[in-house]
Ligand binder design. Structure first.
Ligand code: G4P
Ligand code: NA
Ligand code: NA
Length: 196
């Protein structure tokens, strides 16, 4: 998606260790007009899929998912990160290893909000190693629901998450794929994609 690539090029900040800061439009201050265009693009990319629910994970996925959901006319469910949980059987639960934060989270979704009839689009802001995505997929599959697709704002193509999800056959659409970024020069190289 050209608009997002241009914005990343203009306002993204390349940090050491493969981290891309997008705090001025995606992760801290949020550009709602940009999110609306991104939502429209997700709708275009998944127009033929019978999506009736969007699933994301707190915190940064929620804004993107909510604005996308307006284009699909479906509700959003967000997985919650819990430090310690009482497993009472009412929740789907999975464990996510975050490399960026060096932490392990328990992640929960109430069984009330996802079930066998659901056709789910999973949305998140970043795809790096794919640990968060794998956790969300596990929850959808544990619920007996269908993963219709995965929509990502920024995929870091130099980390293995995207390749692995595509190899497993998931329909993964990333609006921008960063193949290389240089913290010295700030240069960002995007993977060419169809659709722009
Ligand atoms: P993974 O899920 O793909 O394995 O990635 P990882 O554990 O490394 O990511 C940890 C968190 O950092 C995630 O947010 C992810 O979205 C975010 N992240 C990963 N790489 C980048 C990056 O280059 N730039 C930015 N801005 N974020 C990145 P989270 O833990 O779910 O936190 P939240 O911010 O959504 O609350
Ligand atoms: Na995130
Ligand atoms: Na984040």
């Amino acid at each position: 998606m050209k608009l997002l690539e241009e914005r990343i090029q203009k306002d993204g900040v390349v940090k050491a260790e493969g981290v891309l800061k997008v705090d001025s439009f995606l992760n801290h201050q949020i550009d709602i007009k940009l999110l609306d265009e991104m939502g429209a693009e997700f709708k275009r990319l998944f127009a033929d899929a019978p999506i009736n629910k969007i699933l994301t994970i707190e915190a940064s996925g929620i804004g993107i998912a909510c604005i996308a959901a307006q284009h699909f006319g479906v509700p959003v469910v967000f997985a919650k990160k819990a430090q310690s949980i009482n497993l009472d059987g009412e929740m789907y639960c999975t464990r996510i290893q975050s490399f960026t934060h060096g932490k392990v989270f328990d992640v929960i979704v109430s069984k009330k909000f996802i079930g066998p009839d659901d056709h789910v689009l999973i949305i998140d802001d970043f795809l790096a190693n794919g640990c968060a995505l794998n956790g969300l997929i596990e929850i959808v599959e544990a619920a007996g629901a269908t993963v219709e697709g995965i929509g990502i704002a920024v995929e870091k193509g130099f980390q293995p998450g995207g390749k692995s999800l595509r190899e497993r056959g998931y329909r993964l659409e990333s609006l921008a794929i960063v193949d290389r970024m240089d913290p010295m020069t700030g240069k960002i190289t995007f993977r060419p994609q169809g659709g722009d």
